[in-house]
Design a binder for this molecule. Structure first.
Ligand SMILES: [Zn+2]
Length: 98
């Protein structure tokens, strides 16, 4: 399962999350583009903020198309590690080591 990035139908710029207008050209039409994963750029742990009092691990994941997606990980990963992305509860994105 993957998440959706959004590609501007006018100029091709990818963005995430969805926007009302393209930040590059001002276009208002977008097409959903599946994204399976990306590479960790930054990772941080928030003690006591995760499930059952554990750490919540958040990471910035650079997608191949360019946009950065913030995802919750099961454990910290080093910069450059490959991650698979999937939808989580609500609007959350979950990442798993690839
Ligand atoms: Zn555009």
């Amino acid at each position: 399962m993957s998440i959706d990035l959004f590609r501007c139908k006018t100029c091709g710029q990818h963005c995430y999350p969805a926007r009302l207008l393209c930040f590059r050209c001002g276009g208002a039409g977008f097409a959903a583009v599946p994204c399976d994963g990306g590479l960790v750029e930054e990772c941080t742990s928030l003690p006591g903020r995760g499930a059952q009092g554990g750490a919540l691990v958040l990471a910035s994941i650079r997608s191949p198309a360019g946009p950065v997606v913030i995802a919750a990980l099961p454990a910290p990963l080093p910069r450059g590690a490959a991650v698979l992305l999937r939808p989580g509860p609500g609007r959350a994105v979950l990442g798993d080591p690839a």
